[in-house]
Design a protein around this ligand. Structure first.
Ligand SMILES: Nc1ncnc2c1ncn2[C@@H]1O[C@H](COP(=O)(O)OP(=O)(O)O)[C@@H](O)[C@H]1O
Ligand SMILES: [Mg+2]
Length: 615
């Protein structure tokens, strides 16, 4: 039987407050001019043309409004009608989000593909969330309770990994007058509230939120804990805190997508929202096919249980890239509000910036740098500012009115500057906003040094050393500093070598070059493909650094005594250092600790021989 599709305007018209229609008087790609829209506000969602394409009012001047259309506008004609919906671009929030694949307008792509085949018709939709599915609602309130925005009303097991919390939607509050537990659909009220004036209203498991408005919280909390990713170069050299934001700029093929996929899989978070924005369809298809099947590292549950995918490939209308970014961050904030740690990945923010440039050009705005609109930076800043570690609205987790609930949204955006040139406006603007910068390097990827994160150009502005010292080992922050300093020194020495050759270096300097090479190849390099080393714990990272730096310190002091560099570098213990990656995580601390002992023994032996010979 052919399932019946509801055209998107049917859904919208029910909610429409403004039934006045206006006419299209200008069409320029994804941008449409409209005359005389009475009662329409800036950022309202409108239905464009006979086909009722979804659009958003992005400019109003006098009697003329400009609409950005999120669907393909070919075939649209001057004079066709435009209808207001009376509300801005919204996201539907509730159980059923997890495991879905949406487009930027939150149309469920997997469901539509089942019904329609691979190509979406314009103006057609399905409900974003399944309306007929029953969810088991368990209440956390009882009749008579007073509740405020964000208070927990109840819970639903959404997937194997996620308990979905139903909260009092902002800005509702009042007294609980009815509670309905059991198997319910999204169209039924789970709790009925009565406000001060005696007016009652039902709270359903689903509610809507305007995607351009950040969801409220009580207050921001410090960024004091790292988001552990399992990638050594990130976790030790350039860590991202939970609630922080990072950008990954890099040219084509430098590994942006691989890093994001690996974060989606390994990063220590409860929920992942993956937005594929304007990249090629086959790459996105790969993510869509592979990611859901992979398993969670800790619990062994398929990742699809805690992942939401938003797909907006390069062949989809450009304006919808903007919608997919805002939809993604809104869903991320929603799960944050439940008290979860959420990671949103956007691949690639450059494609969004390019969409802004195209629309701005059509609007004939005065262009800024390289044709990008002057508001590019502020738009990016508003987006990255939605990352954060917060004290959520409402009460705590377990006991009503007690304690508090913390959640975080961490944001990682890929940036793809043309030719890998970081001076481009999107990289520069994003770099000023995000606290963490993982600069991918074409040369490194060419040499197959992965992750190709350049250790000189990258940075993390958030100081997490206290956490590392308290949680892992006291001297961890110090080891990290020493390792970074070594590579900085290597960089200087290599410049000297380039100018005047190896001969200019002392033995101590040569040892620095040798140990730096080891640090790069046997610590920073980490394949995303080889199994045993794909994920590295902080504990193992610590011991790997301890091994390398113990060797370095002992080597430098032996050189200081006058021992030959060749004697130092011919020690067999070096080969064991080069194989540290292969040690399984659970054995790594014990084995690497022993290796530190072996290094000390080897040097003690070397020194006593030397002393005997030179006595
Ligand atoms: N961490 C990694 N480990 C192993 N190979 C990698 C890694 N990162 C990237 N690669 C290789 O580089 C190729 C391009 O990476 P990709 O992430 O698609 O680049 P980008 O998204 O920057 O264009 C991958 O197909 C893979 O062969
Ligand atoms: Mg890519």
């Amino acid at each position: 039987m052919q399932a019946v599709l509801r055209p998107i305007w049917k859904v919208m018209e029910m909610e429409a407050i403004n039934k006045e229609t206006s006419k299209i008087n200008r069409i320029s790609g994804p941008v449409v001019g409209v005359s005389g829209l009475e009662g329409i506000r800036l950022h309202d969602m409108v239905l464009v043309g006979e086909a009722k394409l979804v659009g958003e009012v992005i400019r109003m001047a006098g009697q003329q409004a400009t609409v950005q259309v999120y669907e393909e506008t070919s075939g649209l004609k001057i004079g066709e009608p435009i209808t207001g919906t009376g509300h801005p671009l919204i996201a539907h929030l509730g159980p059923g989000l997890m495991g879905q694949i949406f487009d930027g307008l939150q149309r469920p792509l997997n469901k539509l593909a089942d019904i329609e085949g691979d190509f979406l018709q314009k103006g057609v939709t399905e409900d974003s969330l399944p309306q007929d599915k029953k969810w088991k609602f368990t209440a956390l309130v009882k009749e008579g309770d007073l509740v405020k925005p964000g208070n927990l009303l109840g819970e639903i097991p959404e997937t194997q990994s996620i308990i979905h919390k139903i909260m009092v939607p902002f800005p509702m509050n009042g007294r609980v007058v009815e509670v309905h537990e059991g198997e319910l659909t999204l169209t039924q009220s789970v709790v009925v509230l009565e406000d001060e004036r005696g007016k009652t209203f039902g709270v359903n498991m689903e509610h809507v939120w305007p995607v351009r408005n950040p969801r409220p919280y009580k207050r921001r909390l410090d960024l004091a804990e790292p988001l552990v990713t399992g990638k050594r170069v990130i976790d030790t050299f350039f860590p991202i805190p939970k609630g922080g934001s990072a950008i990954i700029p890099g040219g084509f093929g430098t590994g942006k997508t691989v890093i994001q996929q690996s974060l989606a899989r390994w990063a220590d978070v409860d929920v992942v929202v993956y937005v594929g924005c304007g990249e090629r369809g086959n790459e996105m298809a790969e993510v869509l096919m592979q990611l859901p099947e992979l398993e969670d590292r800790v619990k062994g549950i398929p990742l699809i249980n805690r992942t939401v995918l938003i797909a907006n490939t390069s062949n989809m209308p450009v304006a919808a890239r903007e919608a997919s970014i805002y939809l993604g961050i809104t869903i991320a904030e929603y799960y944050r509000d439940m008290g979860y740690d959420v990671l949103m990945l956007a691949d690639s923010t450059s494609r969004w910036g390019e969409a802004l440039r195209e629309v701005s050009g059509r609007l004939e705005e005065i262009p800024g740098e390289e044709g990008y609109p002057a508001y590019l930076s502020s738009r990016l800043a508003e987006f990255y500012e939605r990352a954060g570690h917060v004290d959520c609205l409402g009460n705590g987790g377990e006991k009503l009115y007690a304690g508090h609930r913390e959640g975080s949204v961490s944001l990682v955006g890929a940036v793809s500057p043309p030719g890998g040139d970081f001076s481009d406006p999107i990289t520069q603007s994003s770099m000023r906003i995000a606290g963490v910068f993982w600069a991918l390097d074409y040369e490194l990827s060419r040499k197959r040094h992965f992750p190709a994160i350049n250790w000189i150009k990258s940075f993390s502005l958030i100081d997490l050393s206290r956490w590392f010292g308290d949680t892992v080992e006291d001297d961890f922050p110090q080891l990290i500093q020493e390792a970074k300093a070594l590579l900085g020194k290597e960089n200087e020495l290599l410049q000297v070598v380039q100018l005047i050759g190896q001969d200019a270096l002392s033995d101590m300097e040569r040892e620095i070059l040798a140990i730096s090479k080891l640090l790069r190849e046997d610590f920073l390099q980490q394949s995303s493909i080889q199994d045993v080393d794909t994920y590295c714990s902080l504990e193992k990272s610590y011991w790997m650094l301890k091994v390398i730096l113990t060797y370095h310190q002992r080597a430098q002091s032996a050189l200081g005594m006058g021992i030959d560099l060749s004697e130092i570098t011919s020690q067999s213990v070096l080969q064991r250092i080069a194989r540290m990656k292969e040690i399984p995580l659970e054995k790594s601390a014990a084995e690497l600790k022993r290796l530190v002992g072996k290094i000390n023994d080897a040097f003690d032996g070397l020194i006593s021989n030397w002393e005997a010979e030179n006595a």
